[in-house]
Design a protein around this ligand. Structure first.
Ligand SMILES: C[S@@+](CC[C@H](N)C(=O)[O-])C[C@H]1O[C@@H](n2cnc3c(N)ncnc32)[C@H](O)[C@@H]1O
Length: 266
């Protein structure tokens, strides 16, 4: 594992519940029309596997492997697949920096909401490129936090988001990685690059805000708050503001995701 990054969301009950709300028909909609029955697909950073199982359905009778650094997530993904009767998906503990597969093993490599946490996206992309067969496709989706929409406007809640972004950067991630995808894919040698963006409009804003508040509190507890003038009391106040803000009767929290497709040279 790369030692220079820390996975900001963590694996609390709230974090896992937040990831489990995702599904392929929405979160992988940009990739699904390009998947064909019989393909071999790798999902990097599969988390609890709720997207992975939809990808497995799309490539049946092909197969899907989901990898995640965290054993608890691999166990959850196995449970998700078993509960949904998905037989063509298997899961392994592995890092995107060191994929335990020979060169040219997959037709498609997919990754959703992983790259914003990586300190070395180019190294991860070279590894993805290695395991793709000639002509194979990479499909990435990650947020770009500059596209956040929060309503009603609330300076304290907006400040809380800024603090969280600072924590993510301090942990080695990049909240703006979405807009870097085109350049990163190009520099890795991928061809026919296509970029799109979509909004993830959180249907459960209190859950999303609770995860953010939890992460800020945890980040502050570990003294990774980046702003020297931000003390613990202010952290507490920001989190209270975030939790107050979500109680507004007409609240909107939507996040921009950049989606990228690229192909390995034939
Ligand atoms: C935000 S979650 C996304 C999970 C899933 N793809 C989704 O969108 O619902 C990111 C996942 O990537 C995993 N992860 C973090 N660093 C990783 C690495 N270097 N290699 C593989 N997985 C990693 C985390 O353990 C976490 O489960």
């Amino acid at each position: 594992m790369n030692k220079r990054e820390t996975y900001t969301p963590g694996y609390s009950e709230v974090a896992v519940r937040y990831m489990k709300r995702r599904y392929a028909a929405r979160d992988a909609a940009f990739a699904l029309p390009r998947l064909k029955p019989g393909m071999k697909l790798l999902d990097c950073g599969c988390g609890p596997g709720t997207i992975t199982v939809g990808l497995a359905e799309a490539v049946t009778p092909g197969s899907v492997v989901g990898v995640d650094l965290e054993p608890s997530q691999v166990a959850l993904a196995e449970k998700t697949a078993a509960e949904r009767g998905i037989k063509n998906a298997r899961f392994e503990v592995a890092s995107v920096y060191q994929l335990p597969f020979p060169d040219c093993s997959f037709d498609v490599v997919f990754s959703h909401a992983l790259f914003e946490h990586l300190v070395e996206p180019p190294a991860a992309l070279h590894e993805i490129h290695r395991v793709l067969r000639p002509g194979g496709m990479v499909a990435l989706s990650s947020p770009d936090w500059s596209g956040n929409l929060m309503a009603p406007r609330d300076p304290e809640a907006e400040r809380a988001i800024e603090v969280l972004m600072a924590i993510q950067k301090r942990n080695g991630g990049n909240p703006y990685v979405g807009r870097e995808f085109g350049r990163l894919l190009q520099e890795t040698g991928f061809l026919r690059i296509g970029l799109t963006a979509r909004y993830d409009s959180y249907e459960d804003v209190p859950l999303a805000a609770e995860l953010l508040a939890e992460r800020i509190e945890e980040g502050a507890g570990k003294q990774v708050v980046t702003s020297p003038d931000l003390d613990r009391a202010e952290v507490g106040e920001l989190c209270r503001s975030l939790r107050r803000w979500v109680k507004h009767p007409a609240v909107l929290f939507a996040q921009a995701f950049v989606e990228a497709i690229g192909y390995k040279e034939p």
